[in-house]
Ligand binder design. Sequence first.
Ligand SMILES: [Zn+2]
Length: 164
Amino acid sequence: MVMCPGCGLILSSTEEQFDERYHASSACRELYDQLSAYTLSLPDASFPHQFAVDTYAAQHAGANLKPITLTFALVGLYLACEHNYTGRQVQRAHMLLAKTPKQWPSFRFPDTKATLSILDVLNAPERQRIDMLQQWENSVWRTWEAEQAKVAKLVQERLNIAIK
Ligand SMILES: [Zn+2]
């Protein structure tokens, strides 16, 4: 059994190695591949896959995650959780953000773990899975409370979206 350093899930794993990019156990990273395969298969124009991408990265942020990846993830969480953006709208915001100066802030990682993990999303019955995906996103966003104002300010400065 290996505990994922990002989300705290304890999963049985054939290898003890951690993921290179994410602060995650290999077994947890495999769950992300599973969820991605599911969300990418959805014929949903609102693109909920973006929620999975941003939430997983924000929950498994560590020294190896590029500053741009973490910034984009937190901006995605902010826009989805505080401004009710769809995944498609977040994706568009990311494209606009990518056109702004390539200087990304550093963020202090949360001290607490979110109450929900990717497993809660995968275990939810299919008709509730997108709802659970959004609950997971909200629970991870709350762990970043100490940095939320910094994210809101960045979004206001770079994308001219008013702070909520
Ligand atoms: Zn994990």
